[in-house]
Design a protein around this ligand. Sequence first.
Ligand SMILES: [Zn+2]
Length: 355
Amino acid sequence: MPLPRRTFLQTAGVLAGGLCLGARHVTPPGSPEYTGQVMTVTGPVAPEELGFCLPHEHLLSRFGTDPAEPSAYDAAAALDTVVPYLQYLRELGVGAVADCTAYSFGRAPELLRRISAASGVRVLTNTGWYAAADDRYVPAEAYSLAAADIARRWTGEFSDGIGDSGIRPGFIKIAVDAGPLSPIDAKLVRAAALTHRATGLTIKAHTGDNATAARQQLEILAEEGIAPGAWTWTHAQNMTDSRPLIEAANRGAWISLDGVKTRYFADGATHGNDTLDRHLAHLMELREAGLLHCVIVSHDGSTFPPAGTVRRPMDILSNTFLPLIRARGFSADEISTLTVTNPARYFTIRRRLLE
Ligand SMILES: [Zn+2]
């Protein structure tokens, strides 16, 4: 993979560094294509066009089923289920949703494009390979390819589109299993770092309560000259201790508190555990540490399948959690930072290199 030229601004340390501050800047020579924009399934947009953004959801997902790429869906049933739900979210103010369903368990860019066009909600899809779930969704060739070859494939999806769709990914999605990084986990993290260098796409890494793996991932990024601000501690709400999250955010990493759930859904049914207390506790700690600018919040919801119903809702932020944190003293500006400003900066295509 050709290394990008170091630019004057990078050399001067203006663009480099670990802080996820995302200041506006002039596109330096040698920057990735679409620098300063956000890539959606309907094409590039200015970051401020996202509005209230849900940065980690699953509009379409076949997680738990056998690996398949591309994934087949009943498109009519998917449109009938997902479009009205997104229209409802739009009435709640949602302008954009990132679909985090990865390669081989349900990524479907063309169907997402139809859903986005029909609903008026902007949608992002992803590139990358998912190595949690005991590597079930890791393609066989990942074990023989070098990290640079894998990165070339993912970078190709950004430069040429996914498959024949012409649709480009808006971020990189990877995932690691429990415990220290396995060799395949580490290789895919390195491939993500190289893909970030080539494309400027942000890395969303399913990490959960694995603080060891979080540190190891940042080490691999550093070996490749990539700043922590290119990387996301995804499912960070699974940590019981906020301190490693604060440590990572202080280095510039993004913290994704993305499994906002309530036990009581609109249909009156009871589902799983209420996570609101833990999300609130993490948010309070991160706010106390002055790190709200490094936090994104979402549901990790799931809309299809099944047809006609929503498996995991995406309206709890609007209806329950944001009113809750408002009542607990978060200002309207802070809520806007979490839901609008941060996702816009988060998805902005921009190479984030160490000095
Ligand atoms: Zn997810």
